[in-house]
Structure formats: C-alpha cells, structure tokens
Design a protein around this ligand. Structure first.
Ligand SMILES: [Zn+2]
Length: 259
C-alpha cells in the first residue's frame, strides 16, 4: 500500500497505530479537485477502504463577505449525567415531542451538566459530542463578544447540581427558516418528520427570513442516523468581534445568498 501511495506522491498528514495491533492508520487530506484524487480514490476502493469525510475549505474572502455563517465549535466531552446510557436526555430535555428513531423534537428544560470545569486550553468556545445545536463559552468570551450583541447565557452545572464557574451556555432561541429545497433530506418512518443530511459540500443553505438578532437557530434539522440538530447561525458582526477578541475554538460555513 505504502508503495502505491508513494507513486502518487501523497503524504499522510497524520499516522497513528491502532490499539491492540500493530497496524498503522494513515490520514490524508486532499482536495476533490486535486488531480491525484481520482487515483487515490481508485486505490481506496480496491483496498476496501473508506473515502473518509468531506469538508469544504472556504477562503478568508468568502468568510469575511458572508452576512451570516453557520458556526460549529471545538468538541469537548459528553453531556452528563450517565453518558453511557444517554442520561443527559431525560435530565436536560422535555422529551414529550421527541422521536427516538430520528432524534427530532428535544426541548431544553434544565441546565446542561458537565463532569467538571472544561479544560479550555487556548479555546474559548466548545460543543458537546452529540449536541451540535448548543454552544458553550467561557464567561469572558460571553461578556466580550456575545453579551454586547444581545446573546444571553445560562448556567451549566456539574452532576451534583453545583454551578460551574468557567463555562456558560449561549442562549440561541430565534428561529430562522432556510431555503433548503434541493438539499438531500430523509423522512423518518416513525414520526414522519424530515431532516436534512449534513451539508458537507459548499455553502450553508440560504435564509428564508432575516433574523432580528445576531444569532439564530434553524427551524430545520440536520443529521444522519439517530441524530438530529438544528443549525446555529451567527452574523458577520459576531465573527468580527470574535476575531478582534482573539476568541478561538469555532469554525464557520458561510450561508448562501439568494441570487
Ligand atoms: Zn422521527
């Protein structure tokens, strides 16, 4: 395999040894417009290997000129309690409208819980694994960037019910609809509701309405399998404020404009 890859002159960006055996896992990062991609793809097919995941890289100009952007943040840990049995669901959400099959319909009823204070490092924003429609921030990041833009916050607790000191949840409640016709979607055969597949290529779908605030939550759900999350959007003014305040830990997908 390595010989075939050498022939393509593609170097792995990362290597790690599989736990329990001596096989190496090689990670590659390559553009779909790279002339070597069709040959690498053919090799992966021949070896029965996954093509991995797709993301789109946006230029600084594309980010800077977008009026609205989808925001995602550093993934840090699991919501509590009882992560092994998804105990956060009952503890955090009203599940009366929730569908177990597609995950649509959770409504927050209580503060999120974490095991302990986050280990922020250089980051100031984070998301939980599994929950991609909530963002958590350091109190400092909230007061410098989000509070001045009218974004509220709420407390985060540890599993004993004690309020954590170094993290708050951003309150993003304004709903915004998307012009998502034509994007791939799936209808749940249990509840009949629809969610869109994650948008991996290109811009985020254009907005149907103009939000009045500087953050909004899409009416539509995104996800595949037993997972569904709203999209979270920020205005360009928030992105600028984050850059000015050197707030790290977030990345953005520009929202398409209707032409
Ligand atoms: Zn469903």
């Amino acid at each position: 395999m390595v010989k075939a890859l050498d022939g393509l002159e593609i170097r792995p960006v990362r290597m790690s040894q599989m736990p329990g055996n001596k096989n190496w896992l090689l990670f590659f990062d390559i553009g779909e417009d790279d002339p070597r991609w069709p040959r690498l793809r053919a090799l992966l097919h021949r070896w029965g290997r996954s093509e991995g995941s797709v993301t789109t890289s946006f230029s600084k100009q594309e980010i800077d000129s977008a009026r609205w952007l989808e925001i995602a943040a550093w993934h840090h840990g699991y919501p509590q309690p009882k992560e092994g049995t998804f105990g956060f669901r009952e503890a955090t959400y009203d599940l009366s409208d929730w569908c177990r099959s597609c995950d649509i319909g959770r409504k927050q009823k209580a503060p999120f819980q974490m095991k302990r204070e986050p280990r922020w490092g250089r980051n100031s924003l984070m998301q939980f694994v599994w929950i991609y429609d909530e963002i958590f921030a350091t109190p400092d990041a909230w007061s410098r960037v989000f509070k001045p833009s009218g974004v509220g916050c709420r407390a985060v607790l540890n599993t004993k019910g004690v309020e954590l000191k170094t993290v708050v949840q951003l309150v993003v409640e304004e709903p915004v609809g998307l012009r998502a016709d034509g994007y791939a979607s799936a209808r749940c055969d249990q509840c009949g509701r629809t969610k869109y597949l994650p948008v991996a290529r290109g811009f985020f779908p254009a907005l149907r309405d103009e939000p009045s605030g500087s953050m909004a939550r899409t009416v539509e759900y995104f996800g595949d399998g037993a997972q569904a999350n709203h999209g979270l959007l920020v205005s360009q003014s928030i992105v600028r404020a984050m850059v000015d305040a050197d707030i790290r830990g977030a990345w953005f997908v520009p929202v398409a404009e209707v032409t």
